[in-house]
Design a protein around this ligand. Structure first.
Ligand code: AMP
Ligand code: MG
Length: 418
């Protein structure tokens, strides 16, 4: 008997199957609806707060600025005490400087030397810039027309005591540390860091740094995924490489569910013979294979293992990265208490030409040079060098598009996913 290749399929000329796959936005909406924060809370000091997720609104204990003060070096006086014409004011003795309160009241019709940041003494509501003044014999003179309150800052004009400085869900930035310090907050309530287990699956995989025999490949996904988890501000739990073996994978899932809040696996997520991730999740009865209209990306296996969500990512590193950024990233945002995070893309002129087919969303490895988006030279999904070359992704919507150089396209920098 001669073995023949399979016949052409009836639908081999059909439009991409994408049209009846789940659109990306619908898949995202489902994730957003079904997940909720899973982490507890603790308190921490400001020096431990960077990158943590605020669990309860941070309320200002003190206003900023704490008192009315001067924004410049100059001379302070009461605006209401100025007469008509160019003012000439006698100076009181002493001066007001930052951190050095001037206790006495400045009498009406007098001025006081005052330095940037100094609290306004009683009797002062306006400051004239030193450059606009002539000073001699304990007197100053300047031109008429200064506006009341000029060059001063009001108490609490930035933020008042009792105002919310940071909302719950905020990921604390260095600037937030400045704000909290300024308003007298030194301890805040934060979420526990989300623990994310990372597992690579595949008989062909070996550890980087060891010897690889013919047919073996170094595990590229685990360093990438643990790195991503760290840049997101979560704690990676590295559970190594697991062979394409149902029992070994079951044990790894058990360990992962004990030690983490969410599990990321790569490889074995389709429905082939060696696709044990999806098979195992199926067996556990809490598996959904999401055929998402997305390129690059094979089916995304989503399931629960002993109460912990599992993201079964494609094994291909390019697809694994894209699926992580597009799906796992915002989902982990919800689980971590930060809430759903939309990556902020922006429009740039295309520096390339492309005819995109309708029916699925596409993400292309790209970077910006000279104000235009460049694409990596190959769309091949095995090209890991292109992931590394790129500085972000071009997002092409679900509809078909003919893109010509100069047409606007959406670029999402990698950094915007963090
Ligand atoms: P799979 O999804 O298991 O069918 O794998 C798809 C492709 O990705 C295969 O060529 C695998 O060898 C490759 N692959 C899977 N996991 C990894 C990994 N951790 N690092 C590098 N390549 C991988
Ligand atoms: Mg595999």
């Amino acid at each position: 008997m001669t073995l023949r290749p399979p016949p052409l399929r009836d639908d081999c000329f059909a439009l991409p199957a994408g049209v009846d796959w789940t659109p990306v936005d619908q898949a995202l909406a489902m994730l957003r609806d079904r997940l909720h924060p899973v982490v507890g809370q603790e308190t921490c000091n400001l020096d431990q707060a960077l990158g943590r997720i605020v669990a309860a609104p941070v309320v200002a204990e003190r206003p900023n600025p704490p008192q009315a003060n001067t924004a410049v070096d100059g001379y302070g006086f009461a605006h209401g005490s100025l007469g008509a014409g160019d003012p000439v004011l006698p100076l009181v003795k002493g001066r007001a400087a930052a951190g050095l309160a001037y206790e006495a009241e400045v009498p009406a019709g007098h001025a006081i030397r005052i330095l940037t940041g100094a609290a306004l003494p009683k009797g002062v509501d306006t400051v004239v810039l030193q450059e606009d003044v002539t000073a001699a014999d304990s007197q100053i003179a300047f031109r008429a027309g200064i506006r009341p309150g000029a060059n001063t800052r009001k108490a609490g004009e930035d933020i008042g005591a009792g105002d919310v400085a940071l909302p719950a869900g905020r990921v604390v930035t260095p600037a937030d540390l400045a704000l909290m310090a300024a308003v007298g907050v030194s301890r805040i309530s934060v979420h526990h860091r989300l623990r994310v287990a990372v597992i690579s699956t595949g008989d062909e995989l070996v550890e980087p740094g060891t010897k690889a025999a013919a047919g073996q490949v170094f595990d590229a996904n685990r360093p990438m995924l643990t790195g991503l988890v760290e840049t997101f501000g979560y704690d990676p739990v590295d559970l190594g490489i697991v062979r394409d073996d149902r029992q070994a994978l079951r044990q790894a899932f058990d360990a992962a569910s004990e030690r983490s809040d969410v599990i990321l696996t790569s490889g074995g997520a389709s429905s082939g013979d060696e696709d044990h991730v999806s098979a195992l999740l199926n067996e556990a009865g809490a598996m959904a294979e999401w055929r998402i209209a997305l390129k690059p990306g094979r089916p995304l296996a989503l399931g629960m293992w002993r109460g912990k969500p599992v993201f079964g990512l494609p094994g291909n590193p390019v697809a694994a990265l894209v699926c992580t950024l597009i799906f796992a990233r915002p989902a982990m945002g919800v689980l971590s208490g930060a809430g759903w995070c939309e990556p902020q893309g922006f429009e740039v002129p295309a520096g390339f030409e492309k005819n995109k087919k309708p029916g699925r969303r596409e993400y292309l490895r790209a970077r910006i040079r000279g104000g235009r988006a460049e694409l990596f030279k190959s769309e091949g999904s095995g090209r890991i060098s292109g992931l590394s070359w790129a500085e972000g992704l071009i997002e092409l919507g679900d509809a078909g598009q003919e893109i010509r150089p100069g047409d606007p396209v959406t670029f999402i920098p990698y950094g915007s996913f963090t």
